[in-house]
Design a protein around this ligand. Structure first.
Ligand SMILES: *[C@@H]1O[C@H](CO)[C@@H](O)[C@H](O)[C@H]1NC(C)=O
Ligand SMILES: *[C@@H]1O[C@H](CO)[C@@H](O)[C@H](O)[C@H]1NC(C)=O
Ligand SMILES: *[C@@H]1O[C@H](CO)[C@@H](O)[C@H](O)[C@H]1NC(C)=O
Ligand SMILES: *[C@@H]1O[C@H](CO)[C@@H](O)[C@H](O)[C@H]1NC(C)=O
Ligand SMILES: *[C@@H]1O[C@H](CO)[C@@H](O)[C@H](O)[C@H]1NC(C)=O
Length: 169
């Protein structure tokens, strides 16, 4: 895990809220279930674009939410989202690349914000919860075809463990 990127994400988020967020340690909520990534496809066209699309599911019974995330950038460039998160459509999910070696090996960064109706995450009114997860993807989870133009499809469920949680007003 790249601790520096975790800290910068959290610092960024903290900077956008007026009240100090309550950052919970992982040990306190070992019960938060991992996000699930499905229907992942990533394609690259030589001298064209690389495109990615996947579904994400947060099985936490407090939210039980899904979304579709997608992105497109110039192949062989690093113009993909990395330091900031890109929204998944109109949802409360967002994504980026925590690392990107190739279309066959990368780690997705995933973020999901929701309201905890019971505010059970901490002392009220800290009821806005943001969970951060990482989904490592390699050829154990996707199968790729082609040379130059490469198409990859998910073949195995990808589980994304939550590594940090921020609760705020
Ligand atoms: C989650 O949502 C789906 C679809 O709306 C529903 O079928 C399922 O029962 C829900 N699960 C929980 C734990 O709330
Ligand atoms: C390639 O991606 C860029 C940036 O997302 C987009 O503006 C452009 O239309 C795309 N080109 C093709 C051929 O999809
Ligand atoms: C997002 O929601 C707004 C308002 O409901 C809608 O007008 C817009 O088309 C939606 N955009 C997408 C990408 O779904
Ligand atoms: C893919 O990643 C998993 C978990 O990070 C690892 O156990 C596995 O060996 C990797 N597979 C390949 C083909 O590198
Ligand atoms: C890659 O795909 C592009 C766009 O579909 C096509 O023009 C090009 O010929 C393909 N290249 C190869 C090596 O198949």
């Amino acid at each position: 895990m790249r601790a520096s990127s975790v800290i910068s994400s959290l610092t960024l988020l903290a900077a956008t809220v007026s009240t100090a967020p309550l950052v919970r340690s992982r040990a306190a909520q070992a019960s938060d279930p991992p996000f699930q990534v499905s229907k992942l496809v990533i394609d690259t066209v030589e001298n064209g674009n690389t495109t990615i699309k996947f579904n994400i599911y947060d099985p936490d019974p407090l939210t039980n939410a899904t979304a579709t995330c997608s992105g497109s950038w110039k192949a062989d460039s690093t113009d993909y989202p990395k330091d900031t998160y890109e929204l998944c459509g109109n949802s409360t999910f967002a994504w980026n690349f925590d690392s990107f070696d190739s279309v066959e090996k990368f780690t997705l960064g995933l973020e999901h914000q929701f309201t905890d109706p019971s505010a059970s995450v901490g002392d009220p009114p800290y009821d806005q919860v943001t969970n951060f997860a990482h989904a490592p993807v390699n050829t154990t989870y996707i199968s790729c075809d082609g040379v130059g133009n490469v198409s990859c499809k998910q073949t195995k469920a990808v589980s994304a463990p939550i590594y940090a949680t921020v609760a705020k007003r």
